[in-house]
Design a protein around this ligand. Structure first.
Ligand code: SF4
Length: 274
């Protein structure tokens, strides 16, 4: 893999609205790019950057100051970290932008929802525990090995992080996405059982799809050497089986899980970026 290019940049704005029809929230991306480099990631199709996906990270070094300014005038809503990057990708260990932004969010009393693939989130346990409302999710795809997720830790480590987070009272969930029916590299029933045992409250499945993500489709097909639609064979039955397992292990119930009564909002996730 090419070496990682890190660039320090300044942003003018940070908070963006995410609308889900009957509910909405904010999202904030502290980094542009992601060194996890997942080959199915939809973000390259959104940001259209000529640099190779997984080879660059732009660090928004003034993010805490911009967030502080924006939250003063913001309508109270859940802030989702993040829709187009992983807030805990390895570069965060050095820059601590996410940590400083969590401090800002705490100061302003905003509820937070985090989705990551990185154990670095445990570094901030002291802050996460202080939020009145918080949800933390880990993404686990069925293509969970280094060929398809070169910068991501093994699933076992992600499950251990979920266990640790749950054990201190943080509500946790798993975005099981993308599900790639012909690329299932784990025992799904054993995984869902382990998630239950680790204290996870909810699992939300999502099938691979590239209909609106042309650059991502090309990236995926470049690595696999096959049309992505070939991988969807048995998509319906696979999804049905996973949904049944989720129900059997008592891990369904997404609408209640994301209800944030203190802010009068609920939310749904419809993506598989971290
Ligand atoms: S799917 Fe998430 S973790 Fe993977 S490269 Fe995209 S933003 Fe990073």
């Amino acid at each position: 893999m090419a070496s990682l290019q890190i660039r320090e940049v300044k942003c003018k704005t940070l908070l963006h609205d995410l609308d889900y029809g009957r509910s909405s929230e904010y999202t904030a991306n502290f980094y542009k790019g992601c060194s996890h480099g997942c080959v199915y990631c939809y973000v390259p199709s959104l940001i259209h950057d000529e640099r190779g996906w997984g080879t660059f990270v732009d660090v928004k070094v003034n993010a805490p100051e911009v967030l502080d300014r924006e939250l003063r005038a913001a309508e109270p809503k859940v802030v989702f970290l993040s829709s187009a990057s992983d807030s805990y990708q390895p570069v965060e260990a050095r820059y601590k932008i996410t940590r400083r932004c969590l401090e800002v969010l705490l100061k302003h009393g905003f509820p937070v929802s985090i989705l990551t693939r990185s154990p670095l989130i445990l570094r901030d346990l002291d802050l996460l525990k202080r939020f009145e409302w918080i949800r933390v999710g880990f993404s686990i795809s069925t293509a969970c090995d280094r060929r398809y997720e070169p910068g991501v830790v093994p699933v076992e480590r992600r499950v251990e992080c979920l266990r640790k987070l749950s054990s201190v009272g943080i509500r946790t969930w798993v975005s099981m996405a993308p599900i790639i029916p012909r690329l299932i590299l784990t025992d799904l029933e054993a995984l869902i059982g382990r998630l239950r045992e680790a204290g996870v409250s909810m699992v939300m499945p999502g099938l691979l799809r590239f209909e609106w993500y042309e650059e991502s489709r090309k990236m995926f097909e470049g690595v696999t050497g096959e049309a992505w639609t070939n991988f969807l064979e048995d998509g319906g039955p696979t999804l049905h089986r996973i949904r049944e397992l989720i129900k059997t292990y008592g891990l369904d119930g997404s609408s209640d899980f994301f209800m944030c009564e203190s802010r009068g909002r609920d939310r749904k996730i419809d993506s598989f970026a971290s």
